[in-house]
Design a protein around this ligand. Structure first.
Ligand SMILES: NC(=O)c1ccc[n+]([C@@H]2O[C@H](COP(=O)([O-])OP(=O)(O)OC[C@H]3O[C@@H](n4cnc5c(N)ncnc54)[C@H](O)[C@@H]3O)[C@@H](O)[C@H]2O)c1
Ligand SMILES: O=C(O)C[C@@H](O)C(=O)O
Ligand SMILES: [K+]
Ligand SMILES: [Mn+2]
Length: 363
């Protein structure tokens, strides 16, 4: 029996609703497999915790997380009660940084049964590799003259090490896919960091002569996501550009509510963290109508990272079966609630397993 100890941080808003849904799916998959089990340990960290304790997580929170295999997180943020820069930097960004989850992997592909808001999309399958440790998110800067003519300075940090690491990861992924990497740049407007990013990209691309490399300015690339997403394979981007492109990726898939993500510690020195692209969605929280598919697809990414790609495939297949049945939440134009979608996904996981779609053959 392979036991995976997972730290669970549902967080805030719909995180508290979608995380248990995905856990149910993972427990079902584990039961069917028979040789793996998940041991879930829940941590009530988030904005409510902050309002009680004055911190988003305990002082030794990071050390606590280090003893787990992986982290499964929902979303962080209650902007009405805690400023976003306080909540995100005290929990989400702190974990990404301190556990050296330097790469954020975010797929955007047209699933069976999904309707894209694009009028006539060709099949697309994009993998965005987002640099996750520095760039525009670096904690360098400050605010001065608070009582007078206030000003703020925030510097972006681009190191060769982190840029190269994200790019190498992107090329490695492209080699397993359609062999194409597009770099998001903005060297026509940002005169130091982006030309540097481009130089590193050129150097790294020379190490992978079989992979086609292209560079596009972020503004044009954003338009490509809408006009011709099918031409893109792997996209490598800085922290901020990757953030923006992946909400757009969710949008062209049909809803940000289905977009998955993985914050990877590629060296596996510390746990990685699996959490969907979307946030805590305060506008729909507590109503049981959030789309659980982003969190469920995210659980597939965790299965993949744990080496159970066959199980991950079943989960994604069961999601597509559910969409094909037209069992959809309101963000997808449907009338089903979170519970109904989750139950249908679980049914399809079981059906796929019964049909022997892959589990037994591949064990
Ligand atoms: N990784 C994270 O934890 C993360 C990511 C993004 C935003 N946030 C935080 O979440 C809060 C809200 O941010 P926001 O409104 O900019 O982004 P958001 O992703 O929470 O919501 C944007 C829109 O998408 C909808 N949506 C998102 N997920 C959905 C789902 N699963 N099902 C159905 N609809 C869904 C919401 O209802 C909303 O209309 C803020 O505090 C923000 O900082 C956290
Ligand atoms: O900016 C961030 O990284 C927070 C959130 O928007 C996300 O995409 O995870
Ligand atoms: K999230
Ligand atoms: Mn985002």
């Amino acid at each position: 029996m392979n036991l995976y100890s997972i730290a669970v941080i549902p967080g805030d808003g719909i995180g508290i609703e979608v995380v248990p849904a995905a856990i149910q799916v993972l427990d079902t998959v584990a039961e069917i497999h028979g040789g793996i089990r998940f041991d879930w340990t829940h941590f009530p960290w988030g904005c409510e915790y902050y309002l009680q304790h004055g911190t988003m997580m305990p002082q030794d929170g990071i050390d606590t997380l280090k003893s787990f295999h992986q982290i499964f997180l929902g979303a962080v943020g209650m902007p009405g009660l805690v400023p976003d820069h306080v909540s995100l930097s005290g929990l989400l960004l702190k974990i990404r940084r301190e556990l050296e989850q330097t790469i954020n992997v975010r797929p955007a592909k047209l699933l069976h049964g999904m309707k894209s808001p694009l009028a006539a999309p060709q099949d697309f399958d994009i993998l965005v590799v987002r640099e996750n440790s520095e760039g525009e998110y670096a904690e360098v800067g400050g605010r001065v003259h608070r009582n007078g003519e206030e000003m703020a300075i925030q510097s972006a940090v681009f190191t060769r090490k982190a840029s190269e690491r994200a790019m190498r990861y992107a090329f490695t992924q492209a080699a397993k896919r359609r062999g194409h990497v597009t770099s998001a740049t903005k060297s026509n407007g940002i005169a130091y960091s982006m030309p540097f990013w481009d130089d590193v990209f050129r150097e790294v691309s020379q190490l992978y002569p079989d992979i086609q490399a292209a560079s596009n300015h972020i503004d044009a690339l954003a338009a490509f996501f809408v006009m011709k997403p099918h031409v893109l394979d792997v996209v490598v981007a800085s922290n901020l550009f990757g953030d923006i492109l992946t909400d757009l990726g969710g949008a062209i898939m049909g809803s940000i509510g289905i977009a998955p993500a993985a914050n990877l510690n590629v060296e596996r020195t510390y746990p990685s963290m699996f959490e969907p692209v979307h946030g805590s969605a305060p506008d729909i929280a507590g109503k049981g109508i959030a789309n659980p598919l982003g969190q469920i697809w995210t659980s597939k990414l965790m299965l993949d990272f744990l080496g159970h790609e066959d199980l991950g495939e079943i989960v994604l297949g069961a999601m597509e079966d559910t969409l094909d049945d037209n069992v959809k939440t309101a963000d997808l134009g449907g009338t089903a609630n979170l519970k109904e979608v989750t139950e249908r996904v679980i049914e399809h996981v079981k059906l796929r397993a019964e049909k022997g779609v892959s589990i037994t053959n591949r064990l």
